[in-house]
Design a binder for this molecule. Structure first.
Ligand SMILES: [Zn+2]
Length: 352
C-alpha cells in the first residue's frame, strides 16, 4: 500500500514537472533588450580636454567641423595683448595663429595708436565643437579680437572674466556710435587685413559701412572685411587653411563690398521680424553630433596622450552660466575618455 502511494506520488510529480516544462517552452522569454550605446556629443568630448594633442601641428577638417592637432596656448599676457575669459580655456590655436596674434598685436601697438589688443576666444586645446557659443573656431585658425583697446594695466583673472566688451553700435543699431568708434578702429581692422595669412575679417554691417566711408581711395583691403551678424563687440579674424588636412574657404568676392552687397545687409537688418510658425507634428529630436560627424583624424587627436580632463567638480562660480549648465549635464565625461570614444565608434576600421 505504502509502495503504491509513493509510486503515485512520483508519477504525479513527474507529470506536473513535464507540464511545467511544456509551459515554459511555450512561454516566450523576452530576449534581453540590447542596450544601444548612447551617442555622446563631440562637444562634450572636446569641451573637457585640458591640454593640446602633442602631435604635428595640423588644422583638420573645416572651420565649422574639425579639430586641431599640435595646438599651442597663447600666453595670457604679451607685450601688446592680454587674453580674456581665461576660464573658458579657449586660448589655443594652430602655431600660425599664435604667431599671427603676436605679430598683429605688436604692429597695432607700434603703428595704430592702441596699447594693444584684447584677445577673446581662439579654439579649445584640441579644437572641435564647443559646449557653448561659436559654430566655427574648430580647427585653431579663428580668433575673436575685442574692439576695445587693451587697458594700460595688466588685468586680474577676475577682471578678465567680468569686464564687458563695448559695442560699437549706436541706439539705432544701424550705425557706429561716434562716442566709441575712432579712427584707430579703422587702422586696427585694416591692419588685420594686411597679413597674408588672413583669409577674412568679419564685422557687423554697420562697422563695414563705417570702414567703407573711412577708406577713401585706398580700398583694396576692404575686400577681406565681410559683414556678418553680431560682431559689433569683436571682430572675427580667420586665417587661411594652407594644409591638405583642412578644407579652404572660398575667396571673398571681387570689389570692396561696399555697394549693393552692403545695402542688402541693411535690408536684412531692417526687415520686420516675422513671427515663427509653429512646426506641425511632434518636435524633431536634433541629431547628436557625435564623433561620427567629425573627420576621422579627429579621433586620433582626441585620444593622443590620454589627455587630462576638466572635471565638473573643478568648475567654480566664476565660470559663466551656460558652460556650468552644460558641464552639469555632461558629468559622464568624468569617465575615461578612451572608453567614451570607443563607445561612440561605429566604424571598426578606425584605429586609435
Ligand atoms: Zn568668432
Amino acid at each position: 500500500m505504502i509502495k503504491r502511494l509513493i509510486g503515485m506520488l512520483f508519477i504525479s510529480l513527474a507529470c506536473t514537472s513535464l507540464v511545467n516544462a511544456e509551459a515554459i517552452k511555450k512561454e516566450k522569454i523576452p530576449e534581453k533588450k540590447q542596450e544601444k550605446a548612447k551617442p555622446i556629443a563631440a562637444k562634450k568630448l572636446f569641451g573637457f580636454v585640458l591640454k593640446g594633442a602633442d602631435l604635428k601641428a595640423k588644422a583638420i577638417g573645416y572651420y565649422t567641423r574639425g579639430c586641431l592637432s599640435g595646438g599651442q596656448p597663447l600666453a595670457v599676457n604679451g607685450e601688446a595683448w592680454q587674453a580674456m575669459r581665461l576660464s573658458r580655456n579657449r586660448n589655443w590655436g594652430h602655431p600660425v595663429l599664435i604667431k599671427f596674434i603676436e605679430e598683429f598685436a605688436k604692429k597695432v601697438k607700434e603703428e595704430d595708436g592702441w596699447n594693444g589688443i584684447l584677445v577673446g576666444d581662439l579654439s579649445q586645446p584640441r579644437g572641435g565643437p564647443m559646449l557653448s557659443g561659436h559654430r566655427s573656431h574648430q580647427m585653431g585658425l579663428d580668433a575673436d579680437i575685442w574692439l576695445n583697446e587693451m587697458p594700460d594695466k595688466r588685468m586680474t583673472y577676475k577682471e578678465r572674466e567680468e569686464i564687458s566688451a563695448v559695442s560699437m553700435l549706436d541706439k539705432t543699431r544701424l550705425a557706429v556710435n561716434p562716442n566709441v568708434w575712432t579712427e584707430n578702429h579703422v587702422k586696427v581692422i585694416k591692419r588685420a587685413t594686411q597679413f597674408k595669412a588672413v583669409q577674412r575679417v568679419l564685422v557687423h554691417p554697420a562697422i563695414k559701412k563705417a570702414l567703407c566711408k573711412a577708406a577713401g581711395d585706398d580700398r583694396d583691403w576692404l575686400r577681406k572685411v565681410r559683414p556678418w551678424w553680431g560682431h559689433h563687440y569683436h571682430m572675427h579674424i580667420r586665417l587661411k587653411c594652407t594644409e591638405p588636412s583642412c578644407k579652404a574657404q572660398g575667396g571673398t568676392p571681387a570689389g570692396d563690398g561696399c555697394g549693393k552687397p552692403l545695402d542688402y545687409w541693411f535690408k536684412l537688418l531692417t526687415r520686420p521680424v516675422k513671427p515663427k510658425k509653429k512646426p506641425k507634428g511632434p518636435p524633431k529630436k536634433p541629431r547628436v553630433k557625435d564623433l561620427n560627424w567629425m573627420p576621422k583624424a579627429c579621433r586620433v587627436v582626441l585620444k593622443a596622450g590620454d589627455p587630462p580632463l576638466l572635471k565638473a567638480r573643478q568648475l567654480n562660480e566664476e565660470i559663466e552660466l551656460p558652460v556650468r549648465k552644460a558641464v552639469a549635464k555632461a558629468e559622464e565625461t568624468d569617465d575615461k575618455l578612451g572608453e567614451l570614444i570607443e563607445s561612440t565608434e561605429t566604424d571598426s576600421s578606425v584605429k586609435p
